[in-house]
Design a protein around this ligand. Structure first.
Ligand SMILES: NC(=O)c1ccc[n+]([C@@H]2O[C@H](COP(=O)([O-])OP(=O)(O)OC[C@H]3O[C@@H](n4cnc5c(N)ncnc54)[C@H](O)[C@@H]3O)[C@@H](O)[C@H]2O)c1
Length: 417
């Protein structure tokens, strides 16, 4: 099925595409112009829109006609909103839309320089899809996955040319979120990483490189924001509005953990926690909470279902926090120490560079500060002391301090000078 014909006259040789081409070892424009997207769901259609906005022709393939119809309507509606708000001209909106081709034939990927897979989060289905694509595309075509939790190396394993596999993790909604995590698999050729990174940088995104480990950077480092808040709540130390208030008012986060879980959807947030927990061989640091599990089981998904940690039905009033400054500081220090510990450990275990960890957390999830510079500001010693006091109190491995923080404290070091 082909809903929208591709206007081949609209190939754009200006802007990001030509910048990209100027870099070394990059194939010619002729070869770099068409982007393939597999899966026309929330992420696939968002990424397609980003690539088309950067001037590429984009082929979007889905095996469900209804998904293609829905994606077409969604993109049209988004473009109309942009035009109505004066953020885009009618002509630009038409030009962007005409660069999109919706199809249910994977064979349309044959001229694509990169195909970004955004289908269901299932390793077997992704492996099958990549094998099928490999039979269609050129041998230098990058095969990329938007997975948020699966192993890129595992996706490359069945391929004839596994050196072309790459993780490109966009955040939802892709047109608005600036961060993209780039994840090489064990087999990935460094040139593929460079080409993929330059291409996506050229789309106006901020890219960071992450090791192929569970949760990459953001979904790993952010876990304590939810997990420790849930633990504090489960222990009866404070209720949801008080914890949210503490993180907003005393730390400057845009949303408190419970508001944020309700906003993301407890089903999605819980699923990510569960995957990260099992992929880390059940490290207690990432242990999910029964409280959130029960919410999911009751379909209290959050804003989208009308109920989550809070009640959103018929404009129900949100409960007031206990504005107790001492309690707020205790909550904020505990959650922040756990976040900093996770960021420090990610750096220690070479998941990403110090700068990329900072960028990922400020741009991917809008943290008010990078966690490592925040650690410098607070003082490494007080973070270590906080973590050690939690460890002594609970005797749980969950509260173990990163060896890096302990060593830095001993040597009087900081993350940044
Ligand atoms: N939704 C998010 O917040 C988010 C954020 C980052 C990454 N991701 C990842 O992006 C991917 C897609 O997520 P989504 O939320 O867009 O999912 P979605 O369910 O909205 O869309 C998936 C689409 O893929 C199609 N599809 C499934 N199998 C296919 C196949 N074999 N061939 C062609 N099409 C197929 C489905 O018909 C559907 O339209 C997943 O790997 C997910 O983990 C999601």
């Amino acid at each position: 099925m082909e809903i929208i014909p591709l206007d081949s006259k609209r190939i754009n040789a200006e802007g990001p595409l030509s910048n990209f081409q100027q870099s070394q070892n990059i194939p010619s424009l002729k070869f770099m112009d068409t982007i393939g997207i597999l899966g026309a769901g929330a992420m696939g259609s968002g990424i397609a829109q980003v690539a088309a906005a950067a001037g590429h022709n984009v082929v979007i393939c889905d095996n469900l006609i209804i998904a293609l119809t829905k994606a077409t309507r969604n993109v049209q509606a988004t473009l109309k909103t942009l035009v109505d708000k004066g953020k885009m001209t009618d002509a630009d909106s038409y030009a962007l839309f005409s660069r999109l081709k919706f199809t249910d034939h994977m064979s349309e990927f044959r001229d694509c320089s990169i195909v970004i897979e955004a289908i269901v989060e299932d390793i077997e289905q992704k492996q099958i899809a990549f094998r099928s694509m490999e039979a269609i595309v050129d041998k230098s075509t990058i095969l990329a996955s938007n997975t948020s939790s699966l192993s890129i190396s595992a996706m490359g394993a069945p391929l004839k040319h596994p050196e072309r596999i790459l993780g490109v993790h966009f955040f939802n909604p892709a047109p608005l979120m600036r961060l993209v995590e780039i994840i090489p698999g064990l087999q990935t050729d460094p040139d593929v990483v460079e080409r993929g990174k330059k291409l996506i940088d050229g789309w106006g995104k901020t890219t960071v490189v992450a090791k192929d480990t569970p949760g990459f950077i953001v979904n790993r480092v952010a876990r304590p924001y939810y997990g420790e808040a849930l633990r504090i709540f489960d222990e009866g130390i404070a209720d949801e509005p008080t914890i949210d208030w503490a993180m907003r008012e005393l730390c400057g986060f845009r949303m408190g953990p419970f508001e944020l879980m309700d906003f993301i959807g407890n089903d999605i947030n819980y699923a990510v926690t569960e995957v990260v927990f099992s992929n880390f061989f059940f490290d207690p640091r990432y242990k999910p909470s029964f409280t959130q599990k029960r919410l999911v089981e009751a379909h209290y998904f959050g804003r989208k279902s009308g109920r989550g940690f809070y009640d959103y039905r018929n404009g129900a009033a949100l409960p007031e926090p206990t504005r107790d400054e001492a309690l707020g500081r205790e909550i904020a220090t505990r959650i922040l120490a756990m976040l900093i510990n996770e960021a420090a450990d990610a750096f220690y275990l070479r998941v990403a560079s110090r700068d990329d960890i900072e960028l990922a957390m400020t741009q991917g999830v809008n943290y008010p500060k990078g966690l490592l510079s925040w650690a410098d500001e607070i003082g490494i010693q007080s973070i270590v002391e906080k973590l050690d006091s939690l460890y002594v109190e609970y005797l749980e491995d969950r509260y173990r301090c990163s060896p890096l923080l302990r060593k830095m404290n001993r040597d009087g070091k900081r993350f940044f000078n």
